[in-house]
Ligand binder design. Structure first.
Ligand SMILES: Nc1ncnc2c1ncn2[C@@H]1O[C@H](COP(=O)(O)OP(=O)(O)O[C@H]2O[C@H](CO)[C@@H](O)[C@H](O)[C@H]2O)[C@@H](O)[C@H]1O
Length: 779
């Protein structure tokens, strides 16, 4: 029933065709491992936190419409001041002065009258808000019943599809957030787009009534294509959530599809806001204005963002990608964006509730049931795809030989498609931009949806023989996107290549790495493609989750002798953590011995072999060395061997332990990161936040983030070395140890500078936002 034209068929044609027929409801995102295929799927309409016009913006808009006024008033006030000045210069006596005074008086009374008028309008507005609240309170019982009941809110329905269709032809109109009345959903669930009755999902919606000013009388309408009753109920949910989330949370709310002002209107509101200082003051002066929230930080750029990743901390994490997928979305939500994360459900996550949605897809010729779990945390909808194939592999996410469907039925409504950007991460989800194009945009669907592909590590590309093209089920002419010549393997199939070519924008995780990617050494065979697409590439240094990685709050430092500490308590807290670490690891508990840490994957990238080269020299020093890692068996064995050989000085912890990683970061004095390449690196950022001094190979993001110590100027954050070479590592570490032993003040300065940095995601999120906006307006 492909009403959108012909969709490609292929090996898994039935599954993909099925998806395609759902039009904008599902984006299949295929993620491959080498010779193992993971299909990552599109996107759910989930719920909760959308954004909407915020009250302040509405208010500004209203004021502007009532008087036309902010600009005009500003000019007028200026004239007034000029007139007063003239009066002062011209002397005080005579008719001229009297008439001037009369003009001033008249003007002032006009200003006061206007101000009064404005205050009255504000008060009307507040009355309206309070009446909404009352009606919400009245519905407390029924809402509670609703939340407790199984009353379904379908994720996918035909009405939604139609709404989305309506909205999607307006670029950037941002109107695709639909708060669909529950009754309406039930009535239309079995519409023409969705052939099957879609299982239901009791979802909490967070919505705000659209309080747009009516054009003439200054009152506010609850006008809607949907029913007012439902919207009020939805509003209540929003307010409940808002109050629960308090200040920490984002102010995002869902707007109503048909009501949300267009981008142009947004801009107008923003302009008004800028120029409405008088109005703003009037609001501030009014003590009962606490209901009025500030506008979202993203202002007119507020978007719907769906980030898709193969791992997402804290639920799944094998490395930095998990950290980024867990933290960046929250930072984007704090800016007012409506954000969803889609990741596999590798095990049972207590926070995530079963949505009740059951879908069946054909995977590699077999029927497979897929469920969806959902959690709404810190302003972000986390959607976990549950399939038997994902279960029990959390310790080996990237291993195995498999073909996995990763689809999410997408309502296509709450997240819409007119103001929607996907953020795909690494090659695992690099098929998203390709499918967005092939299945949707080539068929006139989701024309205004954009995709951004983030490169966390170009070394892994989803390579395979050309025959693998049959698995992705795309039209034959798409083969060229995937085909890459390799001097070693010849022509081969490369998923990252196709994603890079197709994505609207490409981000990588530091400026240094953005540069390195364009070199033949750093691009791992993709440098030419990256150079050709340089215009859409941008480096943005990762931030860190400053709650998770905070020495003051760290939950892993609250037992076993560890303590939380801050810059103020660094000199007592950190030594205590060091002693606790030494004790926990069975090392001599000594305050004066420098404790050197390493945390990371045991592979070629992380330069573990360089540490191995330096170990004999290190063991000649008075140091302790703690290494935590997992990866290549030979390197794991090496860790064990060092521990056995230098038992009074070395601990080699083979395994993946987040708690131990936190404790090493807190207890160590020095963190080694001799990575051969490092797109960004997070451990050095964590280390600096904990007053632990990094010694790093100056490459990629390490060079960007660790400015070398300059003893003459007492500046810098750590030690760097220029070449991935054991001797260079020893030289840098030697200088570091010298400073540790002999220049305590310099050491403390290094610690302090590191801890005082703003390493949060907030500024990085702002940079991402620029990229998303650039993608949105790109044609
Ligand atoms: N054995 C273990 N036990 C517990 N925790 C462990 C661990 N081994 C590693 N970790 C943790 O995993 C994360 C590793 O992140 P990195 O950014 O250093 O590297 P990774 O190469 O995985 O990420 C890639 O993506 C990220 C994100 O963009 C880039 O910063 C990076 O340069 C790029 O290679 C850190 O949170 C670290 O603490």
């Amino acid at each position: 029933m492909a009403s959108t034209g012909s969709f490609p068929t292929g090996v898994d044609g039935s599954a993909l065709l099925n998806i395609a027929n759902r039009r904008q409801h599902v984006i299949p995102i295929l993620a491959f491992r080498p010779r193992k295929h993971v299909e990552v799927g599109g996107i759910s309409d989930c719920n909760s936190a959308g954004f909407s016009r915020d009250l302040t913006l509405n208010l500004c808009s209203r004021l502007s419409q009532c008087c036309g006024r902010n600009g005009r008033r500003r000019r007028w006030t200026t004239q007034l001041v000029e007139a007063t000045g003239e009066a002062a210069e011209g002397g005080e006596s005579g008719d001229e002065s009297d008439s001037l005074q009369a003009t001033i008086d008249k003007s002032m009374s006009q200003v006061l009258a206007m101000q009064k008028d404005l205050l009255q309008q504000i008060s009307e507005r507040k009355k309206l808000v309070s009446s909404i609240k009352n009606s919400i309170i009245d519905q407390e019982g029924s809402k509670q019943r609703y939340l407790e009941s199984d009353v379904p809110i379908s994720i996918v329905d035909a009405a939604a599809s139609k709404d989305a269709e309506l909205g999607k032809d307006l670029p950037g109109n941002g109107t695709s957030f639909a708060a669909r009345p529950q009754q309406h959903l039930e009535a239309t669930t079995s519409g023409d787009v969705q052939s099957e009755k879609v299982p239901s999902m009791p979802l909490k919606f967070s919505m705000t009534p659209n309080l747009e000013p009516s054009s003439s009388n200054g009152s506010y309408n609850m006008e809607s294509k949907n029913t007012t009753e439902v919207r009020i109920s939805d509003t209540k949910t929003s307010m409940e959530e808002d109050s629960n989330k308090k200040l920490k949370d984002t102010t995002v709310k869902t707007a109503i599809l048909s009501d949300r002002p267009s981008c142009a209107e947004d801009e107008k509101h923003e302009d008004v806001k800028e120029s409405s200082s008088v109005d703003a003051n009037a609001e501030l002066d009014d003590p009962s204005n606490e209901d009025v929230k500030p506008p979202p930080l993203a202002g007119v750029n507020v978007m719907n963002i769906i980030l898709v990743a193969a791992e997402c901390a804290p639920w799944s994490k094998t490395g930095g990608l998990g950290d980024v997928a867990g933290a960046l979305p929250k930072a984007l939500a704090r800016r007012g964006h409506r954000v969803m994360v889609v990741a596999p459900r590798y095990s049972n996550y207590p926070e995530a509730q079963d949505s009740g949605v059951r879908k069946r897809y054909k995977v590699d010729g077999q029927d497979m049931e897929v469920n969806y779990f959902q959690a709404y945390i810190d302003g972000v909808d986390f959607v976990f795809i549950d399939s038997p194939i994902f279960q029990h592999i959390e310790k080996n996410i990237y291993g195995g030989n498999r073909v996995v469907p990763w689809y999410v039925p997408c309502g296509g409504v709450c997240y819409g498609d007119g103001n929607l950007v996907f953020i795909a991460n690494d090659w695992h989800t690099a098929l998203l931009p390709v499918y967005l194009k092939a299945y949707y945009q080539d068929n006139g669907l989701m024309k205004y949806t954009r995709s951004v592909l983030v490169i966390h590590n170009i070394a892994h590309q989803g390579r395979g023989p050309l025959d693998d093209f049959s698995y992705v089920d795309l039209p034959p002419h798409y083969l060229d996107l995937f085909k890459l010549y390799d001097p070693v393997g010849g022509d081969h199939f490369n998923i990252f290549a196709a994603g890079l070519k197709t994505a609207d924008r490409v981000v990588t995780v530091s400026h240094g790495y953005a540069w390195e990617l364009k070199t033949s050494e750093g691009g791992w065979g993709l440098h030419e493609i990256i150079n050709e697409n340089d215009w859409k590439l941008r480096g943005i240094v990762n931030g860190i989750d400053t709650e998770d990685w905070s020495p003051e709050l760290d939950v892993h430092l609250q037992s076993d002798g560890y303590v939380n500490y801050s810059l103020d308590t660094l000199q007592s807290g950190k030594p205590q953590c060091k002693a606790a670490l030494q004790k926990e690891l069975g090392l001599p508990v000594r305050a004066d011995v420098p404790l050197i840490g390493f945390i990371g994957r045991l592979d070629q990238q992380k330069g573990v072999d360089l540490i191995a080269e330096a170990v004999p020299w290190m063991m000649g020093q008075d140091v302790q060395l703690v290494m935590l890692g997992t990866g290549r068996p030979d390197l794991e064995q090496m860790l064990r061997q060092f521990e056995g050989q230098y038992n009074d000085k070395v601990r080699g912890w083979v395994g993946f332990s987040v708690k131990t990683a936190h404790r090493i970061t807190a207890g160590a004095d020095i963190l080694l990161m001799p990575s051969r390449f490092e797109p960004c690196g997070l451990n050095q950022l964590y280390a600096m936040r904990y007053g632990t001094i990094p010694v790093v190979h100056a490459v990629g993001g390490l060079r960007d983030t660790v400015q070398p110590f300059n003893p003459f100027e007492e500046s810098g954050l750590g030690w760097t070395f220029a070449r991935a070479d054991g001797n260079e590592l020893m030289h840098a570490l030697g200088n570091c140890l010298l400073t540790y032993h002999q220049y305590k003040e310099s050491w403390e300065g290094l610690q302090k500078r590191g801890m005082l940095q703003d390493l949060s995601w907030d500024s990085a999120a702002q940079n991402y936002e620029e990229v998303l906006v650039a993608a949105k307006y790109q044609w």
